[in-house]
Design a protein around this ligand. Sequence first.
Ligand code: AFP
Length: 362
Amino acid sequence: MAQTDDASIGTGSSRADLGDFKTLEQFILEQQDRFPHSTGAFSRLLRDISLAAKIVNRDMRKAGLIDIYGATGETNVQGEVQQKMDALAHREFVLALRRGGECCLIGSEEHAEAIPLDTSAEGDGKYIVLLDPLDGSSNIDVCVSVGTIFSIYRLPDGYDEDEPDLDAALQPGTKQIAAGYVVYGSSTMLVYTTGNGVNGFTLDTSIGEFLLSHPNLTTPKTGRIFSINAGYYHSFDDGLRSYLDWLQEYDEDDPNRPAKTRYIGSFVSDFHRNLLKGGIYMYPATKSSPEGKLRLMYEANPMAWIAEQAGGRATDGHGRILEKSPQKLHQRTPLFIGSEEMVRRAEAFLQGDPERAVAVES
Ligand code: AFP
């Protein structure tokens, strides 16, 4: 058992002072100052998202005490059972973005069509936000970590922010201008990138602020964790099965084998753990989900950009996730994401060339 320093318990001496940390708001403003012509609209948009995340966090922490456990009785556009917290999180994000006025179009996993917002009252309305308001929500009733994933695009030239064509949301992941997630776990963290590295902020609930706890996050080049729903093993193709077998072989020259399996069933939480510790998350095509289960626009693209910005890699087995050209908002994709060396090795197996060299400089 870990030793604790009894003298520090309850004295406050083991707790960091606010002065030690930047708040998310300070950090965003500092970034904004680097661009002299910035209008502040993007900073306000991030603030709106972080505010909605705090509200969802608050409600989630009370989920057992108020009537927001369980299903709504509806299914979402994916045909999946909608949890009450899914509906509540969707509403909070839409409300925050509508109030803020910087977003003209929302795509949500919980809504069939893109949602145009009235931008006449406030803000510039130049941004499109795509989000999975609550990923892993079937885990809420059993107190397991869940998350929110978001992705921000600029409204392309030629579109009118007052009446944006819903197709404006169909942009490849390379066009994202920000991507992030919030993990509601043993603590709540917001992690995001604007293409200039990845930074993580932990929510200090006593003051209601996200504080910069993980500056310049990078992911290990390789790792020992693999995350996949092995229950579907018999519906995976041969290449993937060989990779899984290889991961589990004992090799006295390889400290990472046999690898360890960790699968929460909450993509945000699985991704976050692997980002920090090194590992690979896989959701391939299966017989019941021939295009994979995860959504390109709400899950794969934002996490792929974060992974790449942290030094990792993301593929559908054949090509870079970020370069996939979306055909529809709720499009699904197979996904292999995480530490670069592990993802490269998975690709080699999937492409029938397991001997291909994959080692990367660390
Ligand atoms: P829910 O939001 O319905 O719980 O789905 C979560 C999810 O999309 C993703 O977070 C998990 O990694 C994945 O599904 C788990 O799916 P399986 O149960 O098929 O492994």
